[in-house]
Design a protein around this ligand. Structure first.
Ligand code: BEZ
Length: 158
């Protein structure tokens, strides 16, 4: 079942790139005690994610943070090396990149996207959410394009 507004984000171990390589980071550590904007993409370096979704959050990061958001995070079913390379290519240092390489948080949220027919395995649907202390306050999911999960849509909710 897909996570709903009012639900708690499950505690799952993810990876992020540290000084000397990928490091574990739990979703509890990302969300606890903070107002967080999380957006998720089907894949780093894919056209829609690279040309629209991530760049929107790069451009609007300061505006989003100025609205009382403590942290902006981006999740994908990719490894931490790929997400770091994508972050560098997109000047996205303001955004915490979260690798859900085994799709564990993706599955726990009920937001899997089956791209096996495209040779891409199980990925994450394109979505964005706002969470306060780990509780979902707003959720926007896109089945096509970048609209409900865009930085502009998030800003309209803050
Ligand atoms: C994209 O352009 O964002 C995309 C392409 C293929 C699969 C998933 C996403």
């Amino acid at each position: 079942m897909t996570i709903q507004v009012g639900d708690r984000i499950p505690n799952i171990e993810l990876r992020t790139m540290g000084e000397s390589g990928p490091e574990p980071i739990t979703s509890d550590a990302v969300f606890a005690g903070k107002r967080v904007v999380l957006f998720a993409v089907p894949g780093a370096f894919t056209p829609g994610c690279s040309q629209a979704h991530l760049p929107g959050f790069v451009v609007k990061a300061d505006e989003i943070l100025a609205k009382g958001v403590d942290r902006i995070a981006c999740m994908a079913v990719n490894d931490a090396f790929v997400l770091r390379a994508w972050q560098q290519a997109q000047n996205a240092e303001a955004i915490l990149m979260l690798a859900d390489g085994n799709a564990e948080l993706t599955r726990a949220l009920g937001l899997e996207l089956d791209l096996r027919s495209a040779g891409m395995g199980i990925r994450c649907r394109r979505f964005a959410l706002i969470a306060d202390d780990g509780i979902v306050q707003w959720l926007g999911i896109d089945d096509r394009g970048v609209d409900k999960s865009s930085a502009e849509s998030v800003l309209a909710q803050l």
